[in-house]
Design a protein around this ligand. Structure first.
Ligand code: TPP
Length: 690
């Protein structure tokens, strides 16, 4: 069907909007219509009261949600975190009232009518867009279009993987997504669906709210993609149905449940279904309909109940639907109790996200002991691989991967098998050249539970992951991004590949830890800290080039835990100069300290593997680490932004002031003046001035 046909069909539906009174005889169809109209009424009322919000999607997709939640979705409002529940992702987060209305109607305890009335108000459980961790029943934070769909791919991967490990008696659930035109126009959606199709994620079902309208107007203004063909070409089963026909919706979902491939159900709907003048147009997308239109929509829908009131019979139907999943949950609990005790303990530990602390501790100690015995001058990416060889063996919940840079990122540890449609038990994912979907899918895996996802790409391509990293930080999810080739030190690939502003840009994201270890010992310590950070994501920035091991001997404690520490003290106790550095530039600072000593100037070197941990340290501890030398110098092959908080605005910064260049890396360090000599000169010049 061409796009104008679709629009015509949509408006035809509008004309036929059912006129169902709350007290009409309850045939299956009328019951369905009343239940769907309850969603529509709540959405209209809440948006009207808030004087802001998006009534169009909830009204248009109410039939889809009603069929899905009352007949198919496996869940129990009494235990919103039940690990084997089906996941529902409202990828088009602007339609949040759809989800809030459904959660209220189904009987999620905390989602009261009071919360619906406080839609979009401070502290309510009904914020403008659904927020994970804030509202029980919300599986992921959505709003930035396309992210939810890619999260769902990660959830579906997690499900297949855990089912392969623990059996389908314990893990056997589907992931449903409601996606809008906007979700499917975003580039991330292609990355996500291609990955899902390749991995044959058959328990992933996307319901596309195919209403042909976005903010600017009809989709024909900007898009003419045949989504069914597009999904089919990506390895999906895809079909097109009337999204206002409950039986067609039910048939399509039932067929999708049996599919061997992920499924797209393009549901032709009318945005703002029921609204007589604004329905079917962009006018119902993102603004209150207005009192007159709401009254007319009520009339058209046959909905006579006052605002925020649901007739008891309809409420009862919804509550009954809400209780559907209880027996399944109780049966699952029984099966879990009967599981082999070791398997059960592993499943429960992983579901809680609890690390096995003794195993992690032993793994870190083992790596450190080896490095103490035989110090290594290697790239920190290679040090990370050594760390991963031991860590992944100790922590099977670590699922690694790379966006087609496996050999460069060193993220595939010894013994890891590749996850594929033929073997979901594999623990390494070839994400393909899809950084954005990789990062978003990792969020989905972490949200699903039972998995600690980590991945790899070049630090420069953190820009391609940034929206998903930001959401991981907002949602407090433990995902770990290994980002190698972390400076001009990558050399010949040149300025397109040399990150300059990226460390600063990542450090700007709240609740994200950016680690930049200086040697093999710091690398395992940073890995330990990233794994222990259960409430947010981490980036571990690693070098391509070799760096000397600066930490010799065996130390029990994790010196990186404070974010920064004095690596080499001043020779005579009182330093005239404090040299701060991260990653590959720490060795430069150490060499500069020696040069300064030769000139009779006493300097100390502070390694700063993690700004965020340093800034979070108690004032007194931070003051000791920063010290009170006359001169502070920072060395980092990136931009200055962010360093003033450590060296002060009068401190000296040695680093990058523009883009890099294409040349062997040692020449680049010389060219850009990031050398021990330049550091020492800068410190001396500053000393002379002071
Ligand atoms: C990444 C991103 N870009 C832009 C927006 C702003 N925005 C919200 S909804 C929307 C498009 C609305 O069209 P559609 O997705 O079809 O939703 P519908 O109109 O059917 O509710 C846009 C551009 C966003 N939320 N996320």
């Amino acid at each position: 069907m061409s796009m104008p046909d679709r629009l015509r069909a949509a408006s035809a539906n509008l004309v036929e909007a059912p006129r169902v009174s709350a007290d009409a005889p309850a045939s299956a169809r009328t019951t369905h219509d009343r239940m769907a109209n309850a969603i529509r009424a709540l959405a209209m009322d809440a948006v009207e009261q808030a004087k802001a919000g998006h009534p169009g999607l909830p009204m248009g997709a109410a039939d889809i949600a009603t069929v899905l939640f009352t007949r198919f979705l496996k869940f129990d409002p009494a235990d919103p975190a039940w690990p084997d529940r089906d996941r529902f992702v409202l990828s088009a987060g602007h339609g949040s009232m759809l989800l809030y209305a459904v959660l209220y109607l189904l009987g999620y305890e905390k989602m009261t009518i009071g919360e619906i009335k406080r839609f979009r108000q401070f502290g309510s459980l009904t914020p403008g867009h659904p927020e994970y961790g804030h509202t029980p029943g919300v599986e992921t934070t959505t709003g930035p279009l396309g992210q939810g769909l890619a999260n769902a791919v990660g959830m579906a991967i997690a499900e297949r993987h855990l089912a392969a490990l623990f059996g389908s008696d314990i893990v056997d659930h589907s992931t449903y997504v409601l996606a809008s035109d906007g979700d499917l126009m975003e580039g991330i959606s292609q990355e996500a669906i291609a990955l899902a199709g390749h991995l044959k994620l058959r328990k992933l079902i996307v319901l596309f709210d195919d209403n042909g309208i976005s903010i600017d107007g009809p989709l024909t203004l900007a898009d003419s993609v045949d989504q069914v063909k597009r999904f089919e070409a990506s390895g999906w089963a895809a079909t097109r149905i009337d999204g206002h026909d409950p039986e067609a919706i039910a048939r399509a979902i039932a067929a999708a449940q049996k599919s061997e491939r992920p499924s797209l159900i393009a549901c032709r709907t009318t945005i703002g279904f029921g609204a007589p003048t604004k329905g079917g147009t962009e006018k119902s997308h993102g603004a209150p309909l207005g009192a007159g239109e709401v009254a007319a929509a009520r009339e058209r829908l046959g909905w006579s109940a006052p605002a925020f009131e649901i007739p008891p019979a309809i409420r009862e139907e919804w509550r009954t639907a809400g209780e559907r999943g209880r027996p399944a949950r109780l049966a699952w609990r029984k099966r879990l109790a009967q599981l082999d005790p070791q398997q059960r303990a592993a499943f429960e530990r992983r579901s809680r996200g609890a690390l096995a602390p003794e195993r992690l501790g032993a793994a870190v100690r083992a790596v450190k002991a080896k490095l103490a015995e035989t110090p290594k001058e290697i790239a920190t990416r290679a040090a990370s691989e050594l760390a991963l060889d031991t860590l992944t063996a100790a922590l099977p919940e670590m699922i690694g991967g790379s966006a087609d840079l496996t050999g460069s990122n060193n993220t595939r540890a010894k013994g890891m098998t590749v996850m594929s449609a033929a073997d979901y038990a594999g623990s390494f994912i070839h994400y393909g050249v899809r950084e954005h979907a990789m990062a978003a899918a990792m969020n989905g895996m972490a949200l699903h539970g039972g998995i600690i996802p980590y991945s790899g790409t070049f630090l420069i391509f953190s820009d391609y992951c940034r929206p998903a990293i930001r959401l991981a930080a907002l949602m407090g999810q433990r995902v770990i991004h290994v980002m190698t080739h972390d400076s001009i030190g990558l050399g010949e690939d040149g300025p397109t590949h040399q990150p300059v502003e990226h460390l600063a840009a990542l450090r700007a994201i709240p609740n994200l830890k950016v680690f930049r270890p200086c040697d093999a010992v710091e690398t395992i310590e940073c890995w330990q800290l990233a794994l222990q950070t259960t409430s947010g994501p981490s980036v571990i920035a690693l070098t391509r080039q070799n760096v000397p091991q600066l930490r010799l001997g065996l130390e029990e404690g994790n010196r990186c835990a404070g974010g920064a520490y004095e690596l080499v003290g001043a020779e005579d106790g009182a330093a005239a100069v404090s040299l701060f550095a991260t990653g590959s530039e720490v060795a430069i600072a150490v060499a500069a300290r020696k040069l300064l000593a030769g000139r009779g100037v006493s300097a100390r070197v502070v390694s700063v593997p993690c700004f965020e941990l340093l800034h979070a340290a108690p004032d007194a501890e931070r003051a000791v680490v920063i010290g009170s030398a006359t001169i502070n110098v920072a060395v980092e092959a990136g931009i200055r932004q962010g360093w003033d908080a450590i060296i002060g605005s009068s401190g000296t910064f040695i680093g990058m002031h523009g883009f890099g260049a294409s040349a062997p890396y040692k020449e680049l360090y010389q060219h850009f003046g990031i050398t021990a000599e330049k550091v020492a000169e800068a410190a001396l010049a500053h000393l002379r001035k002071s």
